[in-house]
Design a protein around this ligand. Structure first.
Ligand code: GSH
Length: 321
């Protein structure tokens, strides 16, 4: 059988499953531009959307969709069972394959990784992550795998979560997910698939560079600096040519000057910030804040512009009491 794949794409789940299953396959690397494989196949003639994974079996069946292909591989596994045989277990497997495919793969990661997805789609995906990832982390707490033993759901979940490296998703906020990924990486089949596909990915596209984070993520991290009194993230958030202009006539130019001003405010233990509203439109954001210093309260607005995932300028206005 032939597996049409792209390095580090969702088709890596099928490679992991095939390795785990002890099944041989002819791996056909689909070129990301021409959409052709070395055997001459244009993937668009096999898959209606020209996607990977696509599997062609020895008796000519062409299968698409991760969930279907993975279950096909599990059915023919020569080694350990990769899918439960009993009805309840099978239903749980379907549940998790659907969750991974719809709630994580398509609703979170694809909009974040697709360079043509508009900012709004990225913000929507990030908001989805805020509910999907905690739900997944709760499920994995105290468990080794998605089901009771390793299954094709793990091959798929590992592959999708592995994209967090290239997306503005911080898995480190979920210790259960970090532990799960290290457990999976320690499996021989997973380590072998990742090593091979990383090499192929770099040969095809160069070292992966994460896309700039969306405006919303930058602004959320910026606000966290003040709310948590923790300025270390500013180094990553502020552009080299950042400028700050304040109502009091203060003008600060350059990364060091901006970080110095914001760090001083963030680390002042007397100051407590509250957010009244945050509005993000494209690469601009409006932050409405309230600042309490002892008995004195001030309200204000910050108008922020973001470029390439970093804060390029900020204007601060104090609201009259
Ligand atoms: N619903 C499909 C989605 C497959 C899919 O999204 N494949 C991506 C890689 S992860 C792809 O081939 N993208 C190629 C493209 O967008 O041109 C499945 O579960 O198999």
């Amino acid at each position: 059988m032939q597996l049409y794949f792209s390095p580090l794409a969702c088709s890596m789940a099928t490679r992991i499953a095939l390795y785990e299953a002890g099944l041989e396959a002819d791996y056909q690397h689909v070129d990301h531009v021409s959409r052709r494989a070395p055997d001459g196949t244009d993937i668009r003639t096999l898959h209606p959307l020209g996607y990977v994974p696509t599997l062609r079996t020895d008796d000519g069946l062409v299968l698409t969709e991760n969930a279907a292909i993975l279950q096909y591989v599990a059915t023919w596994s020569r080694s350990a069972a990769l899918a439960p045989a009993d009805e309840r277990g099978r239903a749980a497997l379907q549940q998790w394959l659907s969750f991974i495919g719809t709630e994580l793969h398509k609703a979170v990661f694809i909009p974040l990784l697709d360079r043509t997805a508009p900012d709004g789609a990225k913000a929507y995906a990030l908001a989805n992550a805020e509910t999907r990832l905690p739900a997944l982390a709760r499920h994995l707490a105290g468990r080794t795998y998605v089901l009771d033993t390793f299954s094709i759901a793990d091959a798929y979940l590992f592959t999708v979560l592995n994209w967090a490296q290239a997306a503005p998703i911080r898995l480190d906020r979920y210790p259960e997910l970090v532990a799960y990924m290290s457990r999976l990486r320690a499996r021989a089949a997973v380590a072998r698939a990742v090593a091979l596909e990383t090499e192929l990915f770099i040969a095809e596209r160069g070292r992966p560079t994460p896309p700039p984070p969306p405006t919303r993520a930058v602004i959320d991290r910026f606000n966290d600096v003040f709310q948590n009194h923790e300025p270390s993230a500013l180094a990553e958030l502020v552009a080299d040519d950042c400028t700050i202009e304040n109502t009091d006539g203060g003008h600060h130019a350059g990364k060091a000057a901006c970080i110095a001003l914001w760090s001083a405010i963030a680390t002042d233990p007397e100051i407590a910030f509250e957010l009244e509203d945050v509005v993000v439109t494209g690469e601009r954001a409006t932050i409405l804040w309230r600042l309490q210093r002892g008995a004195e309260a001030t309200r204000g607005v910050n108008l922020m512009t973001i470029a390439g995932g970093r804060i390029a300028s900020a204007r601060g206005y104090i609201k009259p009491a």
